[in-house]
Design a protein around this ligand. Sequence first.
Ligand SMILES: Nc1nc2c(ncn2[C@@H]2O[C@H](COP(=O)(O)OP(=O)(O)OP(=O)(O)O)[C@@H](O)[C@H]2O)c(=O)[nH]1
Length: 438
Amino acid sequence: MSFDTIFALASGGGRAAVSLLRLSGPGSGAVLDRIAGGRPAPRLASLRRLRHPESAELLDEALVLWFPGPRSYTGEDAAELHLHGGRAVLEGVTAALLACGARPAEPGEFTRRAFLNGRMDLTEAEGIADLIAAETAAQRRQALRQAGGALAVRYAGWAERLTRLLAHQEAAIEFAEDGLPNTLEAEVRREGAALAAEIGAHLADGGRGERLREGLWGAIVGAPNAGKSSLLNALAGREAAIVSARAGTTRDIVEVRLELGGVPVWLADTAGLRETPDEIEAEGVRRARRRAEEADLLIAVFAADQPPDAETLALLAPGTLVVANKTDLAPAPAAIGGQAPIALSARDGEGLAALRAALEAVAAERAGLSEEASLTRPRHRAALGEAAAWIEEAIRAPLPELAAEALRAALRALGRLTGRVGVEAVLDVVFGDFCIGK
Ligand SMILES: Nc1nc2c(ncn2[C@@H]2O[C@H](COP(=O)(O)OP(=O)(O)OP(=O)(O)O)[C@@H](O)[C@H]2O)c(=O)[nH]1
C-alpha cells in the first residue's frame, strides 16, 4: 500500500508547555532527515534542533522520536515531535512539514491506517475512540478493555469456529456426492447450535455496554409542586431548574448530567403531570410522559403531605424509584403504589444520600461494567444478531448447499463487525490444511 505522509497535532490546541505533532507514512524518515538532521535510534527520545528544510531557519529545539514500521501505532514509518507549545513554533514546524511534502491528516486517519495495516480490528479502533471520549472511570475501563482486544478476540474466535463449520459443511457436500457416509452434518448442527447460543447470551445483556458508553436516560416525574425541580437541583448540586411555589412551573424538559457510580446519567426534570387547559403546559406533560417511557431510570416523586396522585401512580413500573418528598412537612407514607418510598426532604437534604445510593445501585445494575466484555454499539448488536440468525438458518436448512450458503452469510456478518474476515481468504487458509483426501 502506498500512502501519503500525514501529520497532525496529537495534543490539544492552544498555548501549552508542550505540543505533540505526530507523523506517519513512508516519507516520515525522510522528513526527519530534512528537518531534524536525521533519524534518532528507534523508539528513543532524542533532543534535536528543528530547521525549515529550505531556509534552514531554526524553528524549535524538540524531543524527536522515530518509530520505523511495522512496529508503530499505524504500522507504517512514524515519528513524533514534542515541540514547545507556542503557536508560532507550531506554525513554523507545520510549514516545514508541508515543505517536505507531508499533508495534514484527516480526522481518524492514523487509526484508520492502523486498521488497514492489520494493527487492530474495527472494535479495537472504536475502543480507542471511546477511550478518548471517556468521561467516567467506568467508561474508561470499558473502552480500555475494548481497545485491548476483549471484543476482537472473542469475535475472532467465533469467526474461526464458524469457518471450521463451513469447511465441514462443504466437506459433507463432497462426501454426499461421492456416496460416502458421513457424520459431519450432524456435527455442524450441534456445533452451530452451541455457537448461536453463545452469541445469543452475549446479546442478552440488557444493552449495558451501549448504555455505559452513551449514558443512561433518567427522568423525574410527579405531580405539579411535588418538588421535582428541587430534587433535580439537589442531585445536580446547582440551580439547574426553576423552583417556585407556583404549580406548573416546569414546562419543558430540563436536563442535567450526573455521574452515578461511574455511569453517566442524563437526568431530566419534567412538567408536573396534570390535566391542564394551558396548551404549552399540556405539551410539557406529553413530553414528560414520553420521557418517562423512554427512561432507563425513573424517579417518581410524591409530596408526603398530599395523597399520591393517580397520574404519577400510573407511570410506576418495575425498577421505578419511588420518593416521598417534603418529609419536613409530613411523615412519609409506609407504601406508595405497593412499595416503600425513599423518604426525603429536597429542601433540607434529608434522605438525599439514600436516594443517591439507590440511584447508583440501579445505574450499576443497568450499565455497570460486567465481568465479561459487553458489546458497546448498535452496530455490534445488529451484526451479531444477523450472524446468529444465519447460523439458525443453516441448522434448519433443508439442503446442505443452503446450509453452506447461510454459514457463509453468518461469516460475512461477523466480518463486517470486525472488518477482518474476508470469507474467501479465510476459506483458503482453512482448506489449505483441511485434508479430506482430495
Ligand atoms: N417544605 C418543603 N418544600 C419543598 C420541598 N421540596 C420542594 N419544596 C417546595 O415546593 C414547591 C414546588 O417545588 P418545585 O421543585 O418547583 O416542584 P416541581 O415538582 O418541580 O413543580 P412543577 O414545576 O410545578 O411541576 C416550592 O415552593 C419548593 O420550595 C421539601 O422537601 N420541603
